[in-house]
Design a protein around this ligand. Structure first.
Ligand code: ADP
Ligand code: ASP
Ligand code: MG
Length: 453
C-alpha cells in the first residue's frame, strides 16, 4: 500500500477528553494544532459506557428511564453549546431512542451481542458531536463508522480483530476519505463477519487507534488522556509516581498487560509490528509533555514501573490419581484450551497446577470463564479449588530474571504481606505475584518507595 500522507498521525481521545463541550473543545484544538493528524479515534464521553453496560443488564423500567435521562442530559449539555444544535440534536435523539429500545429488549433477552450493540452507542454519539465541534471551527471533517473497517471475530465483549481484513478494508474505505479531509471515527467498536456490532473489551479505543495506525502505516499514534504520560505506577495509588519520558515497546506492553489502565493491554501489539511510536499525553495539559513509547530506549533501568491488576481468580487443580505429571499437565491444559480459558500466568508442581484468571476487560463485565461445563469436566479428573478476591502486582523492568538480588529486594519489603503465588523467570521484563486484593495498594506503595523513588 502506498501511503498518501507519509506523516499521518492517528490521535485518540479517551472518555475524559470528550467528557463535555469544554473537553471536546480542548481536544479539537489539539487536533487542529498538527496538520499531520488525519484520523481521530474517540471514546464515549466519560461515564457513558458504564451507564450503557448497566442498561444492557436488563433493568427495571423506572431505573432504566433514570439512566436514559442521565445519558440525555450528558449529550444535551454538549449539544446546547453548539451554534447549530437542531440537526445534530435530532440525530442524537434517534440514537437515544435506539438505546431505550435495546435496553428494554435486554430485560427479556440479555446477551453479549445485545450488550455490544447497546454500548456502541456511546462512541457513536461522542464521535457525531465531535464532528460538529470541529465543523464549527470551519474544518472540513467526515464522520466515519469504524465498524466498516474493524472486522473482528464474534467473541462479543472481547472480540479479536482480524488484522488482514482490517488492512484491506482500511485501504478500500478509509484511506480515500483521509485523502480528502480530516476523519473522525469511533474507538472500541467493530463488526463480525455477519455485520453484528462487536467490542474490543473495556478501554478498547486505544487498541482501535493502533490497529488503524497499523493499517494506515501511520507515523505515530497519539493517545490523549487525563494523565501527562505513563508513570512509574498509577498516580492515583502513589502520588509520588514520576512520569517516564521514554519507554520501550516491551516495557510498556508489559505494563499494559499487567494492569496499567492508561493503555488497553493489546495497544502496543500493532504498533510493535509496524514500529510505530506511541505518544501518551494529557488533553487538559497538552504542553505538559508526555511519554513516547518506541523501539529502543537508552540504558533501560532494572526497575521501571509497578502495575496492579484487580479482580483476579486463582484456580488450583490437583491430581487425584497416579498418572505421570506430564500427562496430568497435558490433560488439564487440553481441557482449559477446549473451554477457551485465557490464562497468562501459571505455576505447576508435580501433582498440581495454579492458574491466574483475569476477569477484568470484557465489556459486559461478566467473568464467565469458570463455566459450569468447565468445572464439571475438571472435577471429573482432579480436585478443584477456586480463590477469589485477589490482585496481581507486577514489577516491570529489564533483565529481572538475570539480576541476583531482585527477589530479595522485592520480598524483603513485603514480609507482612501474604503472597499467594509468584511468577518469575519466563519473561525478563516482569516479576508478578498475587496478593489478597486489599493488600495490593500498600504493597505497591512500599515497593514504589523502596525501588522507584
Ligand atoms: P482514557 O479514558 O483517556 O482512556 P483511562 O482512565 O483509561 O483514560 O486511563 C488513564 C488512567 O490510567 C489514569 O487516570 C491513571 O489513573 C491510570 N493509570 C494506571 N496506571 C498508570 C500509569 N502507570 N501511568 C499513568 N496512568 C496510569
Ligand atoms: N468507552 C469504552 C470504555 O469505557 C472504550 C474506551 O474508553 O476506550 O471502556
Ligand atoms: Mg482508557
Amino acid at each position: 500500500m502506498t501511503r498518501i500522507y507519509p506523516h499521518t498521525i492517528v490521535a485518540k481521545f479517551g472518555g475524559t477528553s470528550v467528557a463535555d463541550f469544554d473537553a471536546m473543545s480542548r481536544s479539537a484544538t489539539i487536533v487542529l494544532a498538527d496538520k499531520d493528524v488525519r484520523l481521530v479515534v474517540l471514546s464515549a464521553s466519560a461515564g457513558v459506557t458504564n451507564l450503557l453496560v448497566e442498561l444492557s443488564g436488563g433493568l427495571e423500567s423506572s431505573v432504566r428511564q433514570d439512566k436514559i435521562d442521565t445519558l440525555r442530559t450528558l449529550q444535551y449539555n454538549i449539544i446546547s453549546r453548539l451554534k447549530q444544535p437542531e440537526a445534530i440534536g435530532q440525530e442524537i435523539d434517534r440514537l437515544l431512542d435506539n438505546i431505550s429500545h435495546l435496553a428494554a429488549m435486554a430485560v427479556d433477552s440479555r446477551s453479549d451481542a445485545l450488550c455490544d450493540e447497546l454500548v456502541s452507542h456511546g462512541e457513536l454519539m461522542s464521535s457525531l458531536l465531535f464532528v460538529e465541534v470541529l465543523r464549527e471551527r470551519d474544518v472540513e471533517t467526515q464522520w466515519f463508522d469504524a465498524r466498516k473497517v474493524i472486522r473482528t471475530n464474534d467473541t462479543f465483549g472481547c472480540a479479536v480483530p482480524v488484522i488482514s481484513e482490517i488492512a484491506e478494508r482500511v485501504e478500500k474505505h478509509l484511506l480515500p476519505r483521509i485523502a480528502q479531509s480530516l476523519v473522525v471515527t469511533q474507538g472500541f467498536i467493530g463488526s463480525d463477519a455477519a455485520g453484528q456490532t462487536t467490542t474490543l473489551g473495556r478501554g478498547g479505543s486505544d487498541y482501535t487507534a493502533s490497529l488503524l495506525a497499523e493499517a494506515l502505516q501511520a507515523a505515530r499514534v497519539d493517545i490523549w488522556t487525563d494523565v501527562a504520560g505513563i508513570y512509574t505506577t498509577d498516580p492515583r495509588i502513589v502520588a509520588q509516581a514520576k512520569r517516564i519520558d521514554t519507554l520501550s515497546f516491551s516495557e510498556a506492553s508489559e505494563m499494559a498487560a499487567f494492569g496499567a489502565k492508561v493503555l488497553h493491554p493489546a495497544t502496543l501489539l500493532p504498533a510493535m509490528r509496524k514500529n510505530i511510536p506511541v505518544f501518551v499525553g494529557s488533553s487538559a495539559q497538552p504542553r505538559a509533555g508526555g511519554t513516547l513509547v518506541c523501539r529502543d530506549t537508552h540504558e533501560p533501568p532494572r526497575y521501571r514501573a509497578l502495575a496492579v491488576r484487580r479482580q483476579q481468580t486463582l484456580l488450583k487443580l490437583s491430581s487425584v490419581d497416579t498418572q505421570p505429571a506430564h500427562r496430568f499437565l497435558a490433560q488439564m491444559f487440553g481441557i482449559l484450551s477446549r473451554h477457551d480459558v485465557a490464562m497468562d500466568l501459571v505455576t505447576t508442581s508435580e501433582t498440581s497446577i495454579a492458574i491466574i484468571l483475569n476477569s477484568t476487560g470484557s465489556t459486559s463485565g461478566e467473568a464467565d470463564t469458570l463455566t459450569t461445563a468447565l468445572l464439571t469436566e475438571l472435577s471429573s479428573h482432579c480436585h478443584v479449588e477456586i480463590e477469589t478476591g485477589l490482585a496481581l502486582v507486577s514489577l516491570i523492568g529489564n533483565s529481572l530474571s538475570q539480576a541476583p538480588a531482585v527477589c530479595k529486594e522485592v520480598f524483603a519489603d513485603l514480609e507482612n504481606h501474604s503472597v499467594r503465588m509468584i511468577c518469575h523467570g519466563a519473561s525478563s521484563h516482569n516479576l508478578c505475584f498475587l496478593l489478597p486484593a486489599e493488600c495490593a495498594d500498600s504493597a505497591v506503595k512500599t515497593l514504589h518507595r523502596n525501588l522507584l523513588e
